[in-house]
Design a protein around this ligand. Structure first.
Ligand code: PLP
Length: 447
């Protein structure tokens, strides 16, 4: 009955500090957002107390009549939010987060060591799409499955679909992932579909970053061409930290990859059964019912007209941010954005992403360092990823974004100055102390 402040003042104090940080700063990490009060209330509700292994109507525990209703309602809202016909599509709402959702799909549809292709991490893909270096299998996806990356063209920053078509014919993957963590252009799902059909591969679209924008119909829609679609629920969709897995219902017959294959040699997929079994009992135990309810609330919100205006504004703000910075001479990978994010290439300034991220952090702007196409090392990325979902939730419009761009520009200019003076001192480190001192000096000079 006591409040958290009384029970555990230490933890309470830390949560309050983080809240203050979130309110005080400019949140420009492309994968972050601010959820509604309703979502937060569901997350902190009594639903966290309940065990409910299984699915609605078939549970391994008693007392699940309301939990069944909650899960079914969230499933229904998930299909409605993306305008999906329940006879054609089903959805699993139990996955704990984006990376485990992708892993569940791989275990559902591939044999151990089955082959899959995803966009390379340094080119804008996600770890869970199979990242490995020449010497190390970094992601569990690459450790338990055979993975081969496709790439963007370093000159244009755009996905090289011809390269994917050629290499997939050699590698013959069973599954291709169309998904991005740092790529600012619409994906061409029709091209992915025809490449998959040529080699008999399943098309998995991971729309984690853009699912809120897909729901609002302001970016390309993956559903028409995909067999399975995964998404996190906490990015542009603005829900709790979790994931959804959409799958086509019915039995899909795969294109025979051998000419003259007999019927019993043609593989068939029951996506629904395989994916549900991969989540439970394959990889997870009891679902997180508080999160499932919170997803349902976020999906209701995402189906509103207000959310559609929000998503439109997210894209307009990203375009404004790019334009304002381009007008100041900054260079963006692929020349701009169709979505909520943009990748600023710092190479022309002689800066790297790590230093710039630190400098921006010192002035309360949260961004993340990111590789640019052609970077030699993922350890020293030469870009920063900028996103607008969180700022837009706070009500920022184009005119505010112009000011954000001025502020970011000012900070980057100082970073360049510090970098030059550090170079003169034969040191390559920009420290926060250096930066804060410079900032004070420049403010003093201005005043
Ligand atoms: N898929 C994509 C495209 C992502 O960008 C991310 C996270 O950024 C994930 C999956 C993983 O999501 P999570 O961090 O919830 O595991």
């Amino acid at each position: 009955r006591e409040s958290l402040r009384d029970i555990d003042p230490e933890m309470y104090g830390l949560i309050q500090k983080e809240k203050k940080r979130q309110i005080h700063g400019l949140e420009m990490i492309a994968s972050e957002n601010f959820t509604s009060r309703g979502v937060l209330e569901a997350l902190g509700s009594c639903l966290t107390n309940k065990y409910s292994e299984g699915y609605p109507g078939v549970r391994y525990y008693g007392g699940n009549e309301y939990i069944d209703e909650i899960e079914s309602l969230t499933q229904k809202r998930a299909l409605q939010a993306f305008d999906l016909n329940p006879e054609e599509w089903g959805v699993n709402v139990q996955s704990l987060s984006g990376a485990p959702a992708n892993f569940a799909v791989y275990t559902a549809l591939l044999e151990p060591h089955g082959r899959l292709m995803g966009l390379d991490l340094p080119d804008g893909g996600h770890l869970s799409h199979g990242y490995a270096t020449l010497t190390k299998k970094i992601s569990a996806t690459s450790a338990f499955f055979e993975t081969m990356p496709y790439k963007v063209d370093p000159k244009t920053g755009l996905i090289d679909y011809d390269f994917l078509a050629r290499t997939s014919k050699l590698f013959r993957p069973k599954l291709i992932v169309a998904g991005i963590s740092c790529y600012s252009r619409n994906l061409e799902y029709d091209k992915f579909r025809s490449i998959c059909d040529d080699v008999g591969a399943i098309l998995l679209a991971d729309m984690a970053h853009v699912s809120g924008l897909v729901a609002a119909k302001v970016v390309a829609n993956p559903f028409e061409h995909s067999d399975v679609v995964t998404t996190t629920t906490h990015k542009s969709l603005r829900g709790p930290r979790a994931a959804l897995i959409f799958f086509r219902r019915g039995i899909k017959k795969k294109q025979p990859t051998k000419k003259g294959a007999k019927d019993d040699q043609v593989e068939t997929y029951d996506f629904e059964r395989r994916i549900n079994e991969a989540i439970f009992p394959g990889l997870q135990g009891g679902p997180h019912n508080n999160t499932i309810a919170a997803i349902g609330i976020a999906l209701k919100e995402a189906s509103s007209d207000e959310f559609k205006s929000y998503a439109k504004q997210v894209v307009n703000n990203a375009k404004q941010l790019v334009k304002s910075l381009q007008d100041k001479g900054y260079v963006f990978v692929s020349g701009g954005t169709d979505t909520h994010l943009a990748l600023l290439d710092l190479r022309p300034l002689g800066l790297d992403g790590a230093k710039t991220e630190k400098v921006l952090e010192a002035v309360s702007v949260a961004v993340n360092k990111n590789t640019c196409p052609g970077d030699k090392s993922a350890l020293k990325p030469s870009g920063i990823r900028l996103g607008t979902p969180a700022l837009t939730t706070r009500g920022f419009r184009e005119k505010d974004i112009v000011e954000v761009a001025n502020y970011v520009d000012q900070a980057i200019k100082l970073a360049v100055e510090i970098n030059k003076s550090n170079d003169n001192k034969k040191s390559s480190l920009v420290t926060l102390k250096d930066f804060k001192e410079n900032m004070k000096r420049s403010e003093h000079a201005k005043s």
